[in-house]
Design a protein around this ligand. Structure first.
Ligand code: PAF
Length: 281
C-alpha cells in the first residue's frame, strides 16, 4: 500500500493507473476508520482494479462551534486497517496541501440542504461539496463509495456529480448494523448501558413504518407520528426529527410516491443518533 501526501504525486500515480488500464474505486474518509469504512473498501474491491482511500479531516465542513480540533485522529491505526482491508493507495494530504490559500471560487449547495441534519449544520454541505470537487479531480475515480447512514450526504453528492458532469458512478452502500439492528456509529460508545439496550428501537420504528407503507397506509403524517410514539414509548431518547422526503431530491411529499427516505434523529444523554430507511413505492 502506498501513502501519498502530495497532490502532484497523487495525480501522477492516478494517470499511471489509468494508462495501465486500471479502474479506480474511491473511498473518501476523514479517518478514524471503523467497520462502516471497511465495508466501503470491500465493496470497492469487488468492482475495481485499484482502491484509493483519502484520509483528510476537512476544516471547511466544520462550523465555528464544531469539533474540528477535537475530531479523533489515529493515522497509524488507520494505516493498518486500510492495508489489511486491501486499500492500494491512501491519499493523506495536510490542510496546507489542500487549501494553500483562500479559495477564489467557492461551491454552494442550493438544494437538499435545508432539511434533516443540514438544517442545524449551516454551511456543512458546502464544505463537503468543495472538498469532494477537489478530491474527485485529484483521484479521478470510476466509482465513489459512500455509506447510506449519511443519506443526506449521498443525496448532495448525487447532485454534485450530476450537475458538474463528473464521470463517476456513485455507489451508495447500505448501513452496517449491529446484530440487534442498531446502525454502527462511533457515537454508540457514548450510550449508557440502558440507552444501548433501547437504541435498537430506532431501527424497529423505521421497520414498522415500512410495514405500514407496504400495507398501503397513505397518510405520511400518521406514519411519522407512529415512529415518534414508538421511540417515545420504548426509549428515553428525545426525538429531534422524524422526516419523510423523496430520495435523493429530499423534497416534501404529499403522499407515498416513488423512492422515499424515512429519516430520524434522536438525542440520548451524550449521543445524538441518526438512522434512515429508503423505500420505493
Ligand atoms: O463522510 C465523510 O467522512 C466526509 O464528509 C467526506 C465525504 C470524506 C468529505 O470530507
Amino acid at each position: 500500500m502506498e501513502i501519498i501526501r502530495s497532490i502532484k504525486q497523487m495525480q501522477q500515480l492516478m494517470k499511471q493507473f489509468r494508462s495501465e488500464g486500471n479502474t479506480i474505486g474511491y473511498v473518501p474518509t476523514m479517518g478514524f476508520l471503523h467497520e462502516g469504512h471497511l465495508t466501503l473498501v470491500n465493496e470497492a474491491r469487488k468492482n475495481n482494479d485499484k482502491v484509493v482511500m483519502s484520509i483528510f479531516v476537512n476544516p471547511l465542513q466544520f462550523g465555528p462551534n464544531e469539533d474540528f480540533d477535537l475530531y479523533p485522529r489515529d493515522f497509524a491505526r488507520d494505516e493498518q486497517l486500510a492495508n489489511k482491508a486491501g486499500v492500494d493507495v491512501i491519499f493523506y494530504p495536510d490542510v496546507k496541501e489542500m487549501y494553500p490559500k483562500e479559495l477564489s471560487v467557492t461551491v454552494k449547495v442550493k438544494d437538499r440542504v435545508n432539511v434533516l441534519c443540514g438544517k442545524s449544520r449551516k454551511g456543512h454541505f458546502d464544505g463537503v461539496a468543495t472538498v469532494l470537487m477537489k478530491l474527485f479531480n485529484i483521484v479521478t475515480p470510476d466509482r465513489a463509495y459512500f455509506g447510506m447512514k449519511d443519506a443526506q450526504q449521498v443525496a448532495v453528492v448525487d447532485g454534485l456529480i450530476h450537475d458538474y458532469n463528473f464521470p463517476i458512478e456513485l455507489v451508495p452502500v447500505p448501513t452496517v448494523r449491529e446484530a440487534d439492528g442498531l446502525a454502527k456509529s462511533s457515537r454508540n460508545v457514548y450510550l449508557s448501558n440502558k440507552e444501548r439496550n433501547e437504541a435498537p428501537e430506532l431501527y424497529k420504528s423505521l421497520q414498522k413504518a415500512v410495514q405500514k407503507l407496504n400495507a398501503n397506509e397513505r397518510d405520511l403524517g400518521k406514519i411519522k407520528n407512529g415512529i415518534q410514539a414508538h421511540i417515545e414509548e420504548k426509549t428515553s431518547g428525545i426525538v429531534d426529527y422524524v422526516e419523510i422526503y423523496s430520495y435523493p431530491q429530499l423534497l416534501p411529499l404529499m403522499e407515498p410516491k416513488g423512492k422515499m427516505i424515512i429519516a430520524i434523529a434522536v438525542k440520548f444523554s451524550k449521543a445524538r443518533l441518526i438512522d434512515n430507511i429508503t423505500i420505493e413505492i
